[in-house]
Design a protein around this ligand. Sequence first.
Ligand SMILES: Nc1ncnc2c1ncn2[C@@H]1O[C@H](COP(=O)(O)OP(=O)(O)O)[C@@H](O)[C@H]1O
Ligand SMILES: [Mg+2]
Length: 259
Amino acid sequence: MATQFTIEGLKAEIEGKEILKGLSLSMKGGEIHAIMGPNGTGKSTLASALMGHPKYEVTEGSAELNGEDLLEMGVDERARAGLFLAMQYPSEITGVTNSDFLRSAINARREEGNEISLIKFIRQMEGKMKELEMNPEFAHRYLNEGFSGGEKKRNEILQMMLLDPKVVILDEIDSGLDIDALKIVAQGVNAMRADDRAFLIITHYQRLLNYVKPDFVHVMMQGRIVKSGGPELAERLEAEGYDWVKAELGIVDETVGQA
Ligand SMILES: Nc1ncnc2c1ncn2[C@@H]1O[C@H](COP(=O)(O)OP(=O)(O)O)[C@@H](O)[C@H]1O
Ligand SMILES: [Mg+2]
């Protein structure tokens, strides 16, 4: 089925503070959308609310993947439905090796009795790690423990490649990456472009978008999308910053939920 991801009028709050204030977005398989915006405008909240993070309470609106209501699902069900989030700040988990974590994540999305064989898993993991120019020893390290910022981000891309999701949300995957790591991450994303997969790339800067060409660019301010366009919008934001958007829309403070 052609992938269709639809968010309508999404409102979400954290600790009683409303952060998402009616956000709508429609993405199809094959498309890459970028959400850009200054800090504190609700971008990570959108990612967390979609993934079902328990701290964020959705109060209004809908999010559907191929007609299925994501908001009714738990985190693991959302993952099984094909949603994947690379977090801005990936968690470290002591005692769980990266390869054990990856294999469990793959098997959690398969039917019982249809688990991936160890040999096949290792072959896939090693192949993808090679593509991402990751040191093979990272397979056996505890999840993200002692990984540098760039290694964590590469590891998120490794997870994405192995899980083969329908909708990929990358939250500031470019932050903390030097130019070589940025190119490798971009190659990983480009290699995963497919007709039945949609990408939502959340970023502050447009530099990743030099390597991963978005089809649509959206600007987020005050907990909603305030402007949408094509790749030229990202280029203008890079050249001129966000002030012209604020001036155009009469926005004084673009942030949301600040005390
Ligand atoms: N875990 C949290 N606890 C309390 N407030 C939060 C939390 N996460 C986000 N917020 C609030 O939501 C606002 C938007 O944050 P966030 O979604 O992280 O923005 P962005 O990713 O665009 O920088 C923050 O300014 C903060 O007030
Ligand atoms: Mg953020």
